[in-house]
Write a protein that binds this ligand. Structure first.
Ligand code: ADP
Length: 160
């Protein structure tokens, strides 16, 4: 039984994130999508809403569970008795940061492995920040996010 944690800000949860979770569920017994508070990044959507949207979008993926966290990632991994951290890799630009994070997490607990899944070709240019930018400028984000996420983005952007 291998439990994997897929951490991120998920501001908002995109089709690229969904693809990673669906594929990770084929590899591990359970995949816990760990939604970080990440106040440093000043997310557009509050944590509770990011958790609710991720849960709704993942209702078609058995084996996935969504949990919020505000602690050190490795403490959360231990709390959930997980053995693996999953991250998605898009272009080369993701690599340096991801490599550094995986290295630091390895120092914190060498028994926990970080596993990278490469983005599907369709999603390799898709990022939550670009989706927010497109939505803020009145573009159509239908191809990139679930309809519930699109509605939440419009609501949040109208309020700002
Ligand atoms: P963070 O703030 O930790 O980078 P994100 O929510 O932006 O969190 O992303 C979470 C994880 O999903 C990261 O590993 C990121 O590289 C990956 N990811 C983001 N967008 C995509 C995508 N389109 N395809 C595959 N992986 C992605």
């Amino acid at each position: 039984m291998t439990i994997a944690v897929y951490p991120g800000t998920f501001d908002p949860f995109t089709n690229g994130h969904h693809d990673i979770v669906r594929r990770a569920c084929g590899l591990f017994t359970q995949v816990i999508v760990a939604v970080a508070e990440n106040a440093r990044k000043a997310p557009l959507l509050p944590l509770a809403q990011r958790i609710a949207l991720s849960t709704e979008v993942l209702s078609d993926v058995p084996g996935a569970k969504v949990v919020g966290f505000r602690t050190l990632l490795m403490d959360f991994v231990h709390q959930e008795r997980a053995q693996v951290i999953v991250r998605g890799l898009r272009a080369l630009s993701d690599f340096e940061y991801e490599f550094q994070m995986a290295g630091m997490n390895k120092r914190l607990d060498p028994a926990v492995e970080t596993v990278f899944l490469t983005a599907s070709e369709r999603d390799s240019y898709l990022s939550a920040s670009l989706v927010k930018e497109i939505a803020a400028l009145g573009g159509d984000v239908t191809p990139f996010v679930h309809p519930a996420v699109k509605a939440a983005l419009h609501e949040a952007l109208c309020a700002t």
